[in-house]
Design a protein around this ligand. Structure first.
Ligand SMILES: NC(=O)c1ccc[n+]([C@@H]2O[C@H](COP(=O)([O-])OP(=O)(O)OC[C@H]3O[C@@H](n4cnc5c(N)ncnc54)[C@H](O)[C@@H]3O)[C@@H](O)[C@H]2O)c1
Length: 439
């Protein structure tokens, strides 16, 4: 039985524009997937918005609707895609190049994929050393580039008859940047854009343009982008949702599944060694030490937060955590990850777990892009603004308010996501407390 008051959610009328920064492996696998699902030749496996259910009320009530029937989400038929990339390839050519999906499948989707042609990118090679492309905007400074994006977004929205738009960063990982005083306020940020300050990365220019255009933004890479105060303030001021960062796929997904389990049984950890080989363009970019550092920071924080060594020093103090990524072209997008986990149990007796994950990165990332697009649009229509912590479920480094620590445990993240949906609909939150044990 519902006890709360449902939030006012505007119905999803008309088309939802999904603007993707970067038209590489993840973006094309996402777009091709949606087109294949629309044609009825594939199922949306891995997507919580499409396949997930949500329990409502007591277990005896047997109310378990699909999430997409419980909250008003945009329909796949109403999605329209746009993108920016430094290469001119359409989504069809880029998908062929990425080599994630089979050629036979792509041939069946050639029509809609060919229609997605990338707009000229805001790009500067000093932020992604291993890439060099020609489909790039020029402007007199970074603010001018942002204004070009703003005009282009308005034009794109009009041409594509989109009633709403969301933007998702699925472009390359930039070099490691730290917060700088110019990131502090909107004024200092704009001044720095005018002066071409090196602390303003291309990803921040896109985020600024999105938020100036009234569009929510999700950050799928480990870049600093929307973490800085100026962008957070802009999101709050313009009442727009933001979230990030770094899609949680592959090895980190496994880590946030296994580590909460070990901790729940009070099993100790001496060390966790993770290594990966991958051969796609992402792997090539991450072969540059400066881009790798951004990724490494994002991957390393996960275990510390889940295991809480300060609360459980006997189990988790000083465990060793090493992450390696090696670019190995023959593997393409089919990455292989090995984990060696040195754990200990009763009386300190050591044990080992070995995980060999033959993973397909973009196959795991594509449904995340879909869910984020639909949930960001929902958040916007429900009047939610600023950092969307309930979307932590999808990220390696979940964005939180500055005074809070991020929640990495995937099971807590899922509970938080579903309780947010229940709250939006005025349903009781589920705590899993079995009151039947009491008189
Ligand atoms: N695949 C995954 O599972 C996964 C998981 C987490 C994060 N990510 C991140 O998602 C991003 C995309 O991954 P991918 O495998 O699709 O990589 P990719 O290299 O195939 O695609 C990225 C695309 O972005 C383009 N690009 C780079 N800078 C740009 C800019 N400033 N503007 C417009 N386009 C730009 C590149 O030309 C490239 O086509 C990467 O940052 C990656 O680290 C991917």
């Amino acid at each position: 039985m519902a006890t709360g008051k449902p939030s006012e959610i505007v119905e999803p009328k008309g088309k939802l524009g999904v603007l993707l920064v970067g038209l590489g492996a993840v973006s094309t696998t996402f777009i091709a997937g949606v087109e294949a699902i629309k044609k009825g030749i594939a199922d949306p496996v891995g997507s919580l918005t499409q396949m997930g259910t949500i329990r409502l009320g007591k277990r005896t009530e047997n109310r378990v609707p699909l999430i997409k029937d419980f909250v008003p989400l945009a329909k796949l038929e109403d999605l329209v895609f746009g993108a920016w990339d430094i290469f001119e390839d359409s989504a069809y050519e880029a998908a062929m190049h990425a080599g994630v999906l089979e050629k036979d499948l792509l041939l069946q989707l050639k029509g809609p994929l060919q229609k997605v042609k990338p707009m000229r990118a805001v790009f500067d090679q000093s932020y992604v050393k291993r890439l060099n492309g020609t489909n790039v905007k020029s402007g007199k400074n970074k603010l001018d580039l942002a204004n070009q994006l703003i005009d282009e977004i308005a034009e794109w929205k009009r041409k594509n008859k989109a009633s709403r738009v969301v933007m998702i960063w699925a472009a390359s990982t930039e070099i490691f940047l730290e917060e700088n005083p110019v990131h502090k306020t909107i004024e200092s940020f704009e001044k720095a854009m005018r002066g071409n300050h090196k602390s303003i990365a291309p990803s921040m220019i896109y985020a600024y343009a999105a938020l100036k255009s009234g569009i929510p933004f999700a950050n799928g890479a480990p870049n600093l982008t929307v973490d800085i105060p100026a962008i957070r303030t802009l999101a709050e001021q313009n009442k727009l949702a933001i979230c990030g960062k770094d899609f949680k796929t592959g090895q980190t997904l496994m880590k946030t599944i296994i580590a909460p389990g070990l901790k729940s049984r009070m099993l100790g950890l001496h060390g966790w060694y993770s290594t990966n080989i991958l051969g796609n363009r992402d792997g090539e970019v991450l072969d540059d030490p400066e881009s790798f550092r951004t990724k490494e920071e994002s991957k390393l924080s996960v275990l510390e937060y889940i295991l809480q060594p300060e609360v459980y020093p006997d189990l988790y103090k000083d465990f060793s955590h090493v992450v390696r990524i090696n670019y190995y072209p023959p593997r393409g997008d089919n990455k292989e990850g090995w984990d060696n986990i040195d754990i200990f149990g009763w009386l300190g007796y050591p044990m080992q777990i070995k995980v060999n994950f033959l993973c397909r990165d973009s196959i795991l990332a594509a449904p995340i892009v879909l869910d984020l697009a639909l949930f960001l649009d929902l958040a916007q229509r429900a009047g939610m603004k600023g950092i969307q912590e309930w979307l932590s479920f999808y990220f390696k480094s979940p964005q939180t308010a500055p005074h809070l620590y991020p929640e990495h445990d995937i099971f807590i993240q899922l509970m938080k996501l579903k309780n947010t949906l229940r709250h939006l609909r005025g349903e009781d939150l589920i705590t899993h407390l079995g009151l039947e044990y009491y008189d």
